[in-house]
Design a protein around this ligand. Structure first.
Ligand code: 5GP
Ligand code: ZN
Length: 140
């Protein structure tokens, strides 16, 4: 069986499991992290399966980078954090838990202590409300 058949993010791309989506274009998909490190934590992924930075095709890498900037600006505008953490892990030893290339966008507040990953799943209704705010700022 191919890697992508079992991959949880490929399943989201194919619509086989639900996600609170923020934005979609030809090469990228953005959705809310189910276990956010802070409110507004979003993930930008390439639609094509590639495990990490070392293996992703350059056009997909570039497309993700452009989407990260667009979504980061929309998060800044809609949620007004004091800072934005943009992160990406390669390999389990580096903290990667889902081997499908993705970039974390984590809004940070002054003095906030947040790890790379959240500790508990968020309520879907809260994720949906945040996604609406970010989406509205993207459309502006
Ligand atoms: P990594 O450690 O691989 O960089 O981060 C994977 C991220 O994906 C984690 O922050 C985790 O909460 C998130 N995640 C894992 N499974 C799912 C899922 O099924 N749906 C969503 N929306 N996020 C997920
Ligand atoms: Zn995948």
């Amino acid at each position: 069986m191919s890697e992508s058949a079992q991959c949880i993010f490929c399943k989201i791309v194919r619509g086989e499991i639900p996600a609170v989506k923020v934005h979609e274009d030809e090469r990228t998909l953005t959705f809310m992290d189910i276990q956010p490190a802070s409110p507004g934590h979003a993930l930008v992924i390439s639609k094509a399966h590639a495990p990490d930075l070392l293996e992703i095709a350059e056009p997909d890498l570039l497309a993700v980078a452009v989407t990260v900037q667009r979504v980061a600006r929309a998060v800044q505008k809609s949620l007004a954090p004091d800072g934005l953490r943009i992160g990406q892990f390669n390999g389990a030893a580096a903290g990667q838990t889902v081997p499908h290339y993705h970039v974390h966008i984590v809004p940070m507040r002054e003095g906030q202590r947040a790890g790379a990953h959240g500790r508990a799943p968020a309520k879907i209704e809260e994720l949906k409300a945040l996604a609406v705010r970010i989406r509205e700022a993207l459309a502006d």
